[in-house]
Design a protein around this ligand. Structure first.
Ligand SMILES: [Zn+2]
Length: 343
């Protein structure tokens, strides 16, 4: 079984890594009520187009200005590179006194994000609160400069990923720094949701999926199956589609935002192929539990193989984006050695 899971994870890692392309977006976002002002600034040799976002109608406003070095001018946050290979220029620290969300394990210093992620947390936690959920428990986001972690996540590198713990209530402060306070929703042996799973968790996930800036959400396949069973209206299928099955994710779900407008060096991820019905969504989630067929190695003639190996070109290694190296140098920090084990 272990091997089967490893193969499934590997296949999915390959699929998720996807091939993406840099997006030179226009300034402007038709789905948002914000006005966007373009400006061009230089961060210690990193010249980048940035966008100042002024949200109308939100009572909490995050300007992109919280981080400054040595009293110098402050700059806007900017995601650079891909979700699993990049950095976050001038990441903004999430609010530790927000009315409707709390930061889980603040001692780990992993609550930095792009302005769009901070705005998402405000917007999302308010929406969830309105739906009768007391508070959102915010797990890991990115580290201060983004980039790889020395332990843990493979992604979370550019300030657009956040883990949201399964929890409906506000925790006492003393519990925020300790482990084991999120709610487990999956019966790992039976590969189904357990009795903790209820409509509120469904709402929590669907509210996130309906947010126009959310690109995709990762949950345990058992949770995806349960959500398919609970969804009766086929018009919800495109939102269910954003909710992607992934092992782990039994005590939290992972929200990934789109590359924001103006972040020209943010590498977009390809959209998951569309499925057209809830039944197909369920079928796909269930396939995570199927044992994979054993593949017999193909027989190749040794001479044939030698010729093919001789003509093969080595794939170029994907390096750390140059803008990120420049930024790290200017901040006097070194790139952590990657020993990542999970999303
Ligand atoms: Zn995550």
């Amino acid at each position: 079984m272990k091997r089967v899971l490893a193969v499934a994870v590997l296949l999915c890692l390959q699929a998720m890594a996807g091939t993406s392309h840099a997006d030179s977006r226009l300034y402007g976002d038709p789905t948002s009520s914000s006005s966007l002002v373009a400006s061009n600034r230089s961060v210690s040799g990193v010249s980048s187009d940035v966008v100042v976002r002024k949200d109308r109608g939100t009572s909490v406003r995050h300007e992109r200005v919280t981080y400054s070095r040595g009293g110098s001018k402050s700059f806007n946050s900017l995601p650079v590179g891909s979700y699993s290979n990049g950095c976050l220029i001038n990441g903004i620290q999430a609010n530790s006194n927000a009315p409707y969300y709390q930061l889980y394990h603040p001692q780990n210093n992993r609550h930095f994000g792009d302005i769009t992620l901070l705005n998402f947390l405000d917007r999302y936690s308010r929406a969830v609160h309105k739906a009768g959920i007391e508070s959102v428990l915010v797990g890991d986001m990115s580290s201060r400069y983004g980039g790889p972690f020395n332990k843990g996540h493979a992604s979370h590198q550019i300030g657009l990923d956040v883990d949201i713990e399964f929890s409906l209530r506000r925790l006492p402060k003393s519990k925020l720094e300790t482990k084991g306070n999120a709610v487990l929703l999956v019966d790992r042996g039976a590969m189904t949701v357990n009795s903790n799973f209820n409509r509120k968790y469904y709402d929590m996930l669907m509210i996130a999926a309906h947010d126009p800036e959310v690109e995709r959400i990762f949950v345990n396949p058992a949770i995806k199956v349960a959500m398919c069973d609970m969804t009766k209206d086929e018009r919800e299928q495109p939102y269910l589609r954003k909710i992607r099955p992934w092992f782990g994710h039994a005590e939290h779900f992972h929200v990934r935002l789109k590359c924001p407008a103006g972040a020209v060096n943010c590498v977009r991820q390809d959209k998951p192929e569309p499925r057209y019905s809830i039944a197909q969504e369920k079928e796909e989630a269930l396939s995570w539990f199927e044992p994979k067929q054993e593949v017999k190695p193909a027989q190749v003639k040794p001479a044939d193989l030698a010729a093919r190996l001789a003509s093969a070109k080595p794939k170029p290694k994907q390096g750390f984006p140059e803008q990120c190296s420049i930024y790290y140098q200017s901040m006097n920090v070194s790139v952590p050695v990657k020993k990542s084990t999970r999303r």
